[in-house]
Design a protein around this ligand. Structure first.
Ligand code: PMP
Length: 281
């Protein structure tokens, strides 16, 4: 099992970090999670583009250009002989240096590794329960930063309540999930929060909007309230690992009849088709 770092591909067990590391001490870094289906990266360029946007937003130097980065990730997949469904985790931090808030003058630290990751087949079929929770995060959630404390706390609360995801709301308006974007369908119109600075611009969100546009579904990238969420005909969340995931319950309230919606199913199937997902379950 190999990882890729700024110094090349090395054995996973030989990767160590100094305790004075910006990611460890400040969460001063950014990351991406990229899906691999049957050994092939999905939405690779979209993720790499977002990585560069995140880097620019926090004034972090990415030690490679996009082409080199993509070529190296391909090499890593080959080296690990990935053939199944898996995911890549990649992070870049502002490097290792004595602890001081201001930027150190050192190279950034990068690592990327691949691990097996099965699709959540049962949940994709049956749909999942969610809870609502206050969005207490900062204003720049479009940056995929390592600072995930509010997301972790929200997801843990969801888990303890037997739910799959926590849906954030701010001033009564739904923003996104703790690790997903949120969509509702009402009277054949698809709604999702606009790609503003306060949510992550999900790669799956974007693909789903394109698929919806192709299917001639009316799309509204506008905010919607928690009441509209509860009164929706259909609700689903999207993410790299959850794909197009039907939501059947919010805070103990069934969404309509408590079954995955018809439009959700159509988008789910369309998503599987463009992602060239093979049924493995
Ligand atoms: N919002 C948040 C807060 C997330 O962590 C994620 C998962 N990366 C998403 C949305 C979905 O993004 P993507 O579709 O690119 O996985």
């Amino acid at each position: 099992n190999y990882v890729w770092t700024q110094n090349g591909i090395i054995a996973k067990d030989s990767l160590f970090y100094p305790f004075e590391e910006r990611g460890l001490q400040f969460g001063d870094g950014i990351y991406e999670v990229i899906r691999i289906y049957q050994g092939n990266y999905d939405l690779l360029e979209a993720h790499i583009d977002r990585l560069y946007r995140s880097a620019e937003a926090i004034r972090l130097q990415v030690p490679f250009n996009k082409e080199t980065l993509i070529a190296s990730l391909q090499k890593l997949a080959e080296k690990n002989a990935v053939e199944t469904d898996a995911k890549l985790y990649l992070q870049i931090t502002r490097g290792s240096a004595p602890r001081e808030h201001t930027f150190p003058n050192v190279p950034s630290n990068l690592y990327a590794y691949i691990e097996q990751s099965a699709r959540p087949a049962a949940q994709l079929q049956q749909g999942v329960r969610t809870i609502l929770t206050e969005d207490i995060r900062w204003d720049l959630c479009y940056i995929k930063s390592l600072n995930l404390l509010p997301n972790i706390l929200a997801k843990q609360t969801a888990k303890e309540k037997g739910a799959y995801e926590a849906i954030f709301h701010k001033n009564g308006q739904v923003t996104e999930g703790s690790s997903s974007n949120v969509f509702i369908v009402k009277d054949n119109v698809l709604y999702t929060h606009p790609a503003a600075q306060n949510i992550l611009h999900g790669c799956v969100r974007n693909r789903v909007l394109n698929l919806a546009a192709e299917s001639a579904l009316e799309i509204q990238e506008t905010t919607f309230s928690t009441q509209q969420l509860l009164a929706a005909d259909e609700v689903f969340i999207t993410s790299t690992t959850s794909e197009v995931m039907p939501v059947i319950e919010v805070d103990g309230n069934c969404i309509r009849n408590g079954k995955p919606g018809v439009i959700t199913r159509k988008l789910q199937l369309a998503y599987e088709k463009v992602s060239e997902i093979q049924e493995t379950a």
